[in-house]
Design a protein around this ligand. Structure first.
Ligand code: NAP
Length: 288
């Protein structure tokens, strides 16, 4: 079994992006600028946004963090999105999800200018992905494909089973994996799937994006399969200072001896997600 090191791979990609930014500046251009909107003080969201801002600094991007309290109105947030859409200095921006319950997330996503939607969540960008057109591919699916490519994991003609059909992970990943050039045969599973275990066991590449710690057990994995664990759930832990740790959707200890490749949690898909966001921001900057 080979461990897929998302940390190492993302560090390599960040170096490539940083070199490109230096080159842009040396040729008289300006550094790409990513803005992040953070609503409230959810621990997970705080951590993710802090990582995104830090990563911007690492590669030489300009970044701006815009904070709102959890009681911000939908209208105020939509106005902030509009300001960012029209801010010539900002190449791309994200609104960190989840948002408080009184705000319609989909409405906010659809208010973002698709040309600045570096998360790739806008229906225009999802639609362009389905049509096989150039687009901002959402960060997590794009990071997963980068990992498969960099580890030379064969995809053409292989059976890829994806558990989870969310608009930010499972569904866009299923489209990417079936695209020409990647050429996997894809099955998408969800909470209404019958015989999930049997289907999972036929996968050459098994992706778990559910949000249920330890859901994928050894009896669901074909020996030699590549296993990609997207899940990141905070569980209580008395071994960490914070009192919690991240747990994936795969029962790592029993599954890892069976696999050809496996991503750990943390340190697998997570770091790649940020890299893909940086890549999208670089692309948005070049396109403007
Ligand atoms: P989500 O929107 O909650 O979707 C979960 C999906 O899992 C749904 O499609 C759901 O099916 C399916 N599901 C739930 N229980 C199931 C079961 N028992 N059997 C089969 N399918 C089941 O989640 P998400 O946003 O895609 O995120 C999934 C996980 O990935 C979470 O842990 C999240 O924190 C993590 N994540 C990590 C990263 C990263 O960078 N590492 C990025 C994004 C997300 P239905 O559609 O039928 O309800």
């Amino acid at each position: 079994m080979e461990l897929i090191d998302g940390k190492k791979t993302s560090a390599e990609i960040k170096q490539e992006i940083a070199a490109e930014v230096k080159n842009i500046i040396a040729n008289g251009g300006r550094a790409p600028h990513l803005a992040a909107v953070l609503v409230g003080h959810d621990g997970g969201s705080e951590t993710y946004v802090a990582h995104k801002i830090k990563s911007c600094e690492e590669v030489g991007f300009k970044s701006t963090l815009i904070r709102y309290e959890a009681d911000v109105t939908e209208d105020e947030l939509l106005k902030a999105v509009d300001r960012l859409n029209n801010d010539n200095d900002v190449d791309g921006f994200i609104v960190q999800l989840p948002l408080p319950k009184h705000i319609d997330e989909q409405k906010v996503i659809e208010a973002i200018d698709p040309k600045k939607d570096v998360d790739g969540f806008h229906p225009t960008n999802l639609g362009r992905l389905v049509a096989g057109l150039d687009t901002f591919v959402s960060a997590t699916p794009s990071g997963i494909v980068d990992l498969l490519k960099r580890y030379n994991i064969p995809t053409a003609g292989k059976h890829c089973v994806i558990i989870g059909r969310s608009n930010i992970v499972g569904r866009p990943l299923s489209i990417l994996m079936s695209q020409k050039g990647i050429d996997a045969t894809v099955t998408v599973c969800h909470s209404r799937t019958e015989n999930l275990k049997e289907i999972a066991r036929t996968a050459d590449i098994l992706v778990a994006a559910i949000g249920k710690p330890g859901f994928v057990t050894a009896d669901m994995v074909k020996p030699g399969a590549a296993v990609i664990d997207v899940g990141t759930t905070r569980v209580k832990s008395d071994q960490t200072k914070s009192g919690w740790k991240l747990k994936g959707d795969v029962d790592f200890d029993t599954v890892s001896p069976l696999c050809s490749y496996i991503t750990p949690v943390p340190g697998g898909v997570g770091p790649m997600t940020i890299c893909s966001l940086l890549k999208n921001t670089l692309k948005a900057g070049k396109q403007r």
